[in-house]
Design a protein around this ligand. Structure first.
Ligand SMILES: [Zn+2]
Length: 693
């Protein structure tokens, strides 16, 4: 570790640009000259072909793993066990992942259903294989030999053993049976929790006169009762609309309690049972609590570090948050409001924002035609990362609207990877915007390198009435963000499949994309990306550009502290097996915000994150943001659009995946330990120049 760090520091001092460092002693990836080998992809699937593929790949994966398990003990080495298993999984997923992807994008409902079934079958098989004692023994025998491994391989070995350990393979037969029962029960509880929320009664019946402030088109579309009252279902967008727009305090108050307690009675015991079971399984595996177990493979490593981080945030953000709150209270008081209750805050905030920073998103989007934004976004990435984008025919894709882009290294012209763009909504298509890894980069047995392939899936407005597809500023930001993930996936040079691209620790994976968002929230970038669809020479008016940026920085300290509360609550309930969730929540809110939350609402019973994949992981949103801002500060010091800094970012972090500790990569890039300073400065960056103007 120490030697590595010294070398890394040396490298920083001598290496001028990324492409030259590939192959130097500190870089353990394949050499730059390793040819990238594309995989022929076919998306012309039928339900039957998907079922057949699943069966075929299951057989070949199982037989490859059987061969590993059959390796005689004397021949068990890292390469014949851990590495051989990883290769088997890589080959399996190279065939299965592009097929499973069809569940999100295929225009054929039968294909989507078959792809979903394949996905489920693959997941089930992975759980099953993770329980195989013979494979665990093989890996453990290899580990016991104490071979000298380099960094990436050592990490792969540790991760493999930890995976087996977490599925209970180090336990007695009774322990393992108990563990399996806990896992099954936790799966059921998670489903029940989600179902209770989905099925909860969210209906309010109100007289139409109470709906003042809501958009007339929305009100007109609402169902009525026989006596002419309006029925309102408080799903997420409607609830948001009511809390921000409804002039009636009574309606907002009713909505607050109805929504806040939607599934409280049913979900409170479900959550409590899940917390106890998680604690039990963690202690069975030798951890003190679930939080400790969950963090073992993450960048943060221990709950103690996260607690210290959250406490620092609390003390740094207290004053700026109070200032934000005071401004809001003063504004409300000046407009005749009394004491602000929880159902008042959102309404006054939205009003203040509209009044002082308001811009019309519909007018703004006329300056962001999709194709132009894409081209110019590519241009910024090209300059920063030393790459070139080129669109090529997308024959054989799953839909005529899918486009294919090649990514090349600007210096060598070598093709590094490819990615698809599928950007318009369709019936049955994935409804958000996301970057999918279809094929991960990895070193092949003959020393060549598997060329990675990704897909960027989105849902922008289609061209209509003579206007091209036009993006709202928030969509421009999301495009920038997701393209950040695509670059992380395609620029990889990691040798090992499971460490390549964006396969990094969960509390780090968002950092590269969050970092890129900073480029968008600048007047200069927004202007550079803009050009009116009817007259491209007309760029975004400066006043509108400033307002878009200011809107983003409206109440950053309050927002971050709100996230810190949830992160602290999540960590606190996962630090003991018997803490009452609601009481813990009230305690945390009091500690972070100075006063207890409003009585009569059970927030934990509707906090889906901790029953989904984010248990003891909610802090990750803030944690990765710290690194995003720290890294961006290096770009700022170098003049923001700095190709030299971008090249270093590419080689120190993007190319490295998780083949070394993410913190090590950051240190390599920054030339020092990561720091929270830039993050805290960013949270204090208020939109005051416009406020009050
Ligand atoms: Zn993301």
């Amino acid at each position: 570790m120490k030697t590595l760090r010294v070398l890394a520091a040396l490298w920083l001092a001598v290496a001028p640009a990324s492409s030259q460092v590939i192959g130097t002693p500190v870089h353990t990836g394949p050499s730059a000259s390793a040819p990238r080998v594309p995989l022929a992809l076919s998306f012309a699937a039928t339900p039957q072909s998907l079922t057949d593929l699943g069966a075929r790949m299951r057989v070949s994966l199982t037989s490859a793993l059987d061969a590993v398990a059959a390796t005689p003990v004397p021949q068990r080495t890292f390469s014949t066990t851990v590495k051989a298993m990883e290769r088997a999984y890589a080959e399996y997923y190279e065939a299965v992942r592009p097929a499973v992807f069809l569940a999100s994008v295929s225009p054929d409902p039968a294909v989507r259903a078959a792809a979903e079934a394949l996905d489920k079958a693959a997941d089930d098989m992975m759980v099953e294989l993770g329980q195989r004692e013979d494979l665990y023994r093989a890996a453990q025998d290899a580990a016991d030999k104490g071979e000298t491994l380099d960094g990436p391989d050592r990490r792969l070995l540790e991760k493999t053993l930890r995976g087996f350990k977490h599925s209970g393979l180090g336990l007695s037969p009774e322990g393992r049976a108990r563990m399996a029962a806990i896992d099954r029960r936790l799966g059921e509880l998670s489903q029940t929790f989600g179902r209770n929320l989905r099925d909860a009664d969210l209906w309010l019946t109100v007289a139409e006169k109470h709906l003042k402030g809501l958009p007339p088109a929305t009100v007109a579309g609402l169902p009525r009762t026989e006596d002419g009252k309006v029925r309102l279902r408080l799903d997420a967008p409607t609830y948001g609309l009511v809390m921000e727009r409804a002039a009636s305090r009574g309606l907002r108050r009713a909505a607050y309690y109805k929504h806040g307690n939607a599934a409280a009675a049913a979900n409170a015991p479900v959550l409590q049972e899940a917390l106890a079971l998680r604690h039990e399984s963690a202690t069975m595996l030798g951890y003190r609590n679930y939080a400790e177990m969950a963090l073992a493979g993450r960048m943060a490593k221990t709950p103690k570090r996260v607690w210290a981080f959250l406490k620092r945030l609390r003390s740094s953000l207290a004053a700026p948050r109070d200032a934000e709150r005071k401004e809001l209270r003063d504004y409300a008081a000046a407009n005749g409001a009394g004491k602000l209750r929880p159902w008042d805050t959102g309404w006054w905030e939205a009003k203040l924002k509209r009044e002082r920073l308001g811009y019309d998103p519909e007018a703004a989007r006329e300056f962001f035609p999709m194709d132009q934004v894409l081209r110019r976004t590519f241009g910024i990435y090209e300059e920063l990362l030393g790459v070139r984008f080129a669109e090529v025919p997308s024959d054989g894709a799953w839909h005529p609207e899918a486009r294919l882009i090649e990514l090349r290294d600007a210096a060598t012209g070598e093709r590094l990877g490819r990615f698809y763009l599928d950007l318009f909504p369709r019936e049955g298509k994935y409804g958000h915007m996301a970057a999918f890894t279809l094929v991960s980069g990895r070193e092949l047995p003959d020393g060549s390198y598997r060329e990675p392939v990704s897909a960027l899936v989105g849902n922008f407005t289609r061209p209509t009435g003579g206007r091209p597809s036009l993006l709202r500023p928030g969509e421009v930001k999301t495009l920038f963000h997701e393209l950040g993930h695509i670059m992380h996936q395609l620029l990889t040079t990691s040798r090992n499949w499971s460490q390549s691209g964006s396969a990094t620790a969960r509390d780090f994976v968002e950092a590269p994309s969050q970092m890129m968002e900073n480029f968008v929230w600048r007047v200069e970038t927004l202007t550079a990306l803009s050009g009116h669809y009817a007259d491209p020479a007309r760029t975004l008016p400066p006043d509108m550009a400033s307002r878009i940026v200011a809107d983003k920085f409206f109440s950053p300290a309050s927002d971050a502290l709100g996230q810190a509360v949830l992160a602290a609550f999540d960590l606190a309930v996962h630090s003991s097996g018997h803490a009452d969730a609601l009481a813990t929540y009230e305690k945390v809110v009091k500690a972070f915000l100075g006063k207890a939350p409003a009585k009569g609402v059970n927030f934990p019973a509707r906090f889906g994150h901790i029953m989904g994949g984010y248990a003891a992981g909610y802090y990750g949103y803030l944690w990765s943001r710290v690194f995003a801002q720290d890294v961006f500060s290096a770009f700022e010091r170098a003049g923001v659009i700095s190709p030299e800094t971008g090249r270093r970012w590419r080689s120190a972090v993007l190319e490295r995946g998780s083949e070394r500790d993410e913190e090590e990569s950051l240190r390599d890039f920054l030339g020092r330990d990561p720091s929270e300073k830039a993050f805290l400065r960013w949270l204090e960056k208020r939109s005051s120049p416009i406020l009050g103007a």
